[in-house]
Design a protein around this ligand. Structure first.
Ligand SMILES: O=C(O)[C@H](O)C(=O)CO
Ligand SMILES: [Mg+2]
Length: 260
């Protein structure tokens, strides 16, 4: 049975960020993920996690100036110093939460440009080698260009080939089913093909990005497929609740309380 992680950047936003850990635990989640914890002291984040007996499934490495539209800088040749600094920023949060995988964002760049490709390979290898001794995986996530126009990593095949080529033991794929359906479709066959390199899965309804409870995909079928494929990682609930978070958790009831 999948181990679901509530995404605290998108769910339980009825309460302040640090109170969302308590809300997620009360709703039956045993794990959480979020985009960025960096506005809060690492100790405070770790304390909430521990107080609620939650497991940290994932969070993102610093993306640059998110409010100014930056979505990471791994594919930006001029930003390698910022990339290296971002790893140092994230490390105390990784230690405080015990997280075992971090999402490295690529940034807005043209995947057809050699300099961007070379910068991305260099950044990915650097990040994986930085976190490897800490027992932490780096995950790469293709993101669709409807949600993030111009995002460098917008193709699952490119991500797969890079991971195979670099052959780093702690470099894996973040398979967001929402993005896969929008970019490529054929989700089940791509899950089957890429399962050996998948380090994290995320879900949301398509096209709404609301609760995974209908619309384009049959999520109960996909959850059973993940079990059939022996997927032992987390499934991040990266969706925007239609209304009050707890009013939209009927889909989750059969899975609530599943211990990591
Ligand atoms: O948007 C997504 O799907 C990613 O998982 C993310 O965290 C950056 O936006
Ligand atoms: Mg995602």
């Amino acid at each position: 049975m999948p181990r679901f992680a509530a995404n605290l950047s998108m769910m339980f936003t009825e309460v302040p960020f640090l109170d969302r850990f308590d809300a997620a635990a009360q709703a039956g989640f045993t794990a959480v993920e979020f985009l960025f914890p960096y506005e809060h002291p690492a100790e405070a984040v770790g304390e909430r996690l521990k107080r609620n007996g939650l497991t940290q499934a994932l969070f993102n490495l610093p993306p640059g100036d998110w409010n100014a539209g930056e979505k990471g800088f791994a594919a930006l040749p001029a930003r390698f110093a910022d990339l290296k600094a971002s790893l140092e920023t994230a490390l105390p949060y990784a230690k405080a939460t015990g997280v075992k995988r971090l999402h490295l964002m690529a940034g807005i760049a043209n995947r057809g440009e050699r300099v961007a490709i070379e910068a991305f390979y260099k950044s990915v290898a650097w990040a994986a080698e930085f976190f490897g001794p800490h027992g932490i995986d780096i995950v790469l996530e293709p993101i669709n260009s409807r949600n993030v126009p111009g995002y460098f990593l917008n193709d699952f095949g490119f991500a797969r080939d890079l991971i195979h080529e670099l052959r780093l033991p702690n470099l894996k794929l973040q398979f967001d089913i929402y993005h896969c359906q929008i970019i490529h479709g054929d989700v089940t066959m791509r899950l089957r093909e890429m399962m050996p390199i998948i380090g994290h899965v995320q879900i949301a309804s398509i096209p709404s990005r609301n609760e995974p409870d209908g619309e384009e995909l049959n999520y109960p079928f996909l959850f059973a497929e993940l079990d059939r494929l022996g997927y032992a990682g987390f499934v991040g609930c990266e969706y925007n609740p239609r209304g009050k978070t707890t009013d939209g958790l009927a889909w989750f009831k059969p899975y609530a309380g599943v211990k990591p």
